[in-house]
Design a protein around this ligand. Structure first.
Ligand SMILES: [Zn+2]
Length: 96
């Protein structure tokens, strides 16, 4: 399962079209909140599950999306955060 099309809609959602002909949509705030990188994961662990961060516009604007090999996408946010590597399965799982 790989993304065939990635698009940001209304500056608010990441829409993904998959090669199995399904489409998923995730809010950018949700995407950022579920960033799998070590820094974000440990911050979430420290603050607990109920912590809901408030993000600035820059933190919720995608500057670039890179496909990493055939297993993940790397999201580069406008605030410079670029360590989030979202494996395809994970990305699909957190979208709906
Ligand atoms: Zn992160």
């Amino acid at each position: 399962m790989i993304p065939v099309k990635l698009s940001v809609t209304d500056k608010k959602f990441l829409d993904v079209k998959w090669d199995d002909d399904t489409e998923t949509r995730i809010k950018l705030a949700n995407l950022r909140m579920k960033c799998p990188c070590a820094a974000c994961s440990s911050e979430r662990a420290e603050r607990g599950e109920k912590y809901i961060p408030i993000y600035s516009d820059e933190e919720l604007t995608i500057k670039e999306i890179k496909i990493i090999g055939n297993y993940a996408v790397e999201i580069i946010w406008k605030d410079g955060h670029d360590t989030g590597i979202y494996e395809f399965g994970y990305l699909k799982k957190i979208s709906n």
